[in-house]
Design a protein around this ligand. Structure first.
Ligand code: HEC
Ligand code: HEC
Length: 302
């Protein structure tokens, strides 16, 4: 009798554990999806852009196989999901029944994000067109490499046609500047001030953004500049939820990454420290006066 009730207890405990774990794993890692209804007419879409055209002709360009795994041999989506944090904001693909694809809701979300990089009032100035285009043909330098040698490339032409479908009065998003002075005074100290029972970021990211300060003194300006440069690759200016810096250390239950070897620093998006950082990533916080959530005594300032 006794042993039977014991094993029943054990079984219940295991079941509860399994349920708890699988619930954790299934919590969404994505920033909240923008759910436009599928019957949206183009006047309801961002910048009046044609969604059907996007879905049919533009989105496939982002997953097109290009024959390899390096630079411009890679599909755009390999570098441009939230996980990889380069602007474009593509949602990670869904895998089901041996196929990879974007669901309707995911395409809608991609559409909203891609729309932020285009300028229907002057299509050729759109960031979406400039990045993959060769600088010799008027493009901008792009870490992902050159995809189009000229504006005659079929992908370039399709995308510009799509952009031209938008409202001619709709312009580009303003470029957001993330402030260095605020970083140096208010953000950088986070890296050496762990929360309870956590390790400082400097423990694992010292070769990147979490450069350790000199003993008993503040970072030199040069050290701060280096750290800022590094951190910017994990920041998507204007879009806190797409910035890996704010995504990685956030608990998955609050929409953060499913995994971070360094643990969590924020357990909710309402965390005052994270909110202060959001404001900074949106470009709203500048200068060296720190809000109360970002005041630290360590390292000492001279
Ligand atoms: C090998 C990785 C990689 C691939 C492949 C790649 N990109 Fe990028 N892309 C990046 C990185 C990193 C950045 C951010 C730094 C920069 O602007 O160079 C970026 C930036 C961008 C930007 C923003 C530029 C700006 O104005 O800030 C756009 C738009 C873009 N890529 C579009 C594309 C498109 C479209 C494709 C596919 C045709 C593509 N990328 C393929 C890595 C990649
Ligand atoms: C115990 C070691 C450790 C600590 C402490 C740690 N991290 Fe990490 N972090 C990692 C590792 C390992 C990765 C890469 C693998 C992963 O995503 O977990 C990573 C990834 C990241 C990334 C994404 C980097 C990329 O290449 O995409 C960011 C951003 C980040 N951490 C921020 C932080 C911040 C901010 C802190 C401090 C609050 C911190 N981490 C503390 C180990 C750590």
């Amino acid at each position: 009798m006794i042993s039977r009730s014991k094993s029943w207890l054990l079984l219940t405990a295991i079941t509860l554990l399994v349920v708890a774990c699988s619930e954790q794993e299934s919590s969404p890692a994505m920033p909240s999806a923008t759910q436009a209804g599928s019957g949206t007419s183009s006047s309801d879409t961002p910048k009046g852009l044609d969604y059907a055209f996007y879905k049919e002709s533009v989105e496939p360009i982002f997953i097109r196989y290009r024959g390899g795994f390096v630079g411009s041999d890679t599909a755009c989506v390999a570098c441009h999901t939230v996980q990889a944090n380069a602007p474009l904001g593509l949602v990670p693909l869904t895998e089901a029944n041996g196929e990879v694809f974007w669901t309707e809701a995911q395409s809608q979300e991609n559409f909203q994000n891609v729309a932020m990089l285009v300028n229907p009032s002057a299509p050729e100035t759109s960031r979406l067109l400039m990045a993959p285009l060769a600088p010799t043909a008027g493009g901008e330098s792009h870490s992902g490499g050159i995809f189009w040698d000229s504006t005659n490339h079929s992908e370039y032409r399709l995308i510009s046609e799509w952009i031209a479908s938008g409202d001619p009065n709709a312009g580009a998003e303003p470029i957001v500047d993330v402030d260095f002075a605020f970083f140096r005074s208010c953000v950088q100290p986070i890296f050496v001030n762990p929360i309870d029972n956590a390790m400082p970021c400097t423990e694992c990211h010292s070769g990147q953004f979490a450069v350790p300060p000199p003993e008993n003194s503040y970072w030199t300006v040069q050290q701060s500049e280096q750290a800022f440069e590094e951190l910017l690759s994990f920041v998507d200016p204007g879009r806190p939820d797409y910035s890996r810096f704010l995504h990685k250390p956030l608990h998955p239950d609050a929409g953060g990454d499913l995994m971070h070897n360094g643990g969590r620093r924020w357990y909710s998006k309402d965390d005052p420290e994270r909110q202060a950082l959001e404001a900074w990533v949106r470009g709203d916080s500048t200068g060296d006066q720190c809000p109360s959530a970002l005041q630290f005594d360590n390292p000492p300032r001279s």
